[in-house]
Ligand binder design. Structure first.
Ligand code: ZN
Length: 159
């Protein structure tokens, strides 16, 4: 699933609806961005789970990485390392999370992103704590790269 593309298309759809324009073609584009169904379903599931993990709302966005780390450890989501964080994007590495736990180091290779459940989960949790719409995408999956971590990017969507 291409979250970035999907997000752009959704923003376009919103604009078109508001202006009373057709969104038919954009719907097809959005389907394309969703990609494999299973991938989208796992993201959705993770996101739903993330939104029921209650976190106190944080107004200072710079405190998000610290709180996110706490939540990830509290719920045993994986071992996390925040690699960069700005007002727009949080990037992190995750190890030992549920999507890859039983698959890593078994010679299994995937094409592209595999851990969309965790991506959705991260987006849901951060959305909850920031009250800003977010999307997350796995930018580097260990099952593809052979690294011992998966890398995620959480993007705050301000428009
Ligand atoms: Zn992964």
């Amino acid at each position: 699933m291409d979250r970035q593309l999907l997000s752009k298309i959704l923003a376009q759809m919103k604009k078109h609806l508001k202006e009373g324009n057709e969104i038919g073609d954009l719907k097809s584009g959005a389907l394309f961005a969703l990609g494999q169904q299973l991938d989208a379903i796992f993201y959705y599931l993770g996101h739903e789970l993330g939104t029921i993990i209650k976190v106190k709302e944080i107004e200072d966005l710079t405190k998000i990485p610290k709180t996110l780390k706490k939540i990830i450890s509290e719920y045993n989501i994986g071992k996390v390392e925040i690699t960069s964080s700005t007002e727009e994007i949080v990037q992190l590495r995750l190890r030992n999370h549920s999507s890859i736990k039983d698959l890593i180091n078994k010679g299994i290779k995937t094409n592209g992103s595999f851990c969309s459940f965790e991506a959705g989960l991260l987006a849901g949790v951060v959305e909850n704590m920031s009250d800003i719409h977010c999307f997350a995408q796995e930018v580097n999956c260990c099952l593809q790269s052979g690294d011992d971590f998966c890398e995620f990017m959480i993007v705050f969507q301000k428009d």
